[in-house]
Design a protein around this ligand. Sequence first.
Ligand code: 8YV
Length: 326
Amino acid sequence: MTRPSILVTRAVFPDVLDHLRQHFEVEANQADDAWSADELAQRLQGKAGAFTSGADPITAALLARCPGLKICANMAVGYNNFDVPAMTAAGVLATNAPDVLTETTADFGFALLMATARRVTESEHYLRAGKWTRWAYDMFSGCEVHGSTLGIIGMGRIGQGIAKRGALGFGMKVIYHNRSRLDDATEGQCRATYVGKEALLRTADHVVLVVPYSKESHHTIGAAELALMKPTATLVNIARGGIVDDAALAVALRDKRIAGAGLDVFEGEPKVHPDLLTVPNVVLTPHIASATVGTRRAMAMLAADNLIGYLVHGKPLTPLNPEVMA
Ligand code: 8YV
């Protein structure tokens, strides 16, 4: 029996490729070359599966060129790179990589919150530039974290992890906004209170964004929302570029409309809005919230096991459109 062929679109842990090679003919991209949409479509010819990163667009146009494709397994929990309705219409299964990154990503959300509130990178740049000649009573004084009010927009698994860190570790008062309110038991575990978006923005000392990207969540935070926030507040985005209007945020940071921001994701990344690079009160990281060796390995293994689960055993682990299997 011939083995199915799959494409791995980006460089990945060698042992994950070995795991895949036990079941499939594998075309890999260990050189990590950037492929155009056309090259991706060409390389997908004759492939039953694709191991994708969160940056590989799987569109209706691509699917129309790849009639043999049966599954795309994303090495990411977010899947806004997938046109899921088009995949369903084409009979292509979509899978993502949830759960395995929850705690690591929540850790990083908190790291970014702390670095922003306490001006860690701004003060380090000052020190490295040789500007630290004397102590001063108000040097890099930041915002309080413990005992402050944490506002979380998007209360899925990662949002809940951040809430627990804030409430249990730092004695923060936690308020949240979400498409739907959590059940009482989950709210209790997170010590979190549901509020409207406007109330959250007006009240929180630290606002953390963890909503999935969609047309509806585009620019969840723009100039109008930034204007509602306290001038002493901080904003953290570990969700997706496009959830925040980065140009409006750069203006708010420049004008000290808010105290600071911590950003791991950007509109049009890896490009970063040039004005964000010129304001000092922002901590910038290159989409690394899930980046620990253990977590990235677990995400890659889950994507691989989704391919094996579906193409070999007919049972994917974390399908997004299970109706294609009916
Ligand atoms: C990924 C992420 O590293 O899982 C997600 O949704 O944003 C990150 O953990 C990124 O999408 C690369 O695939």
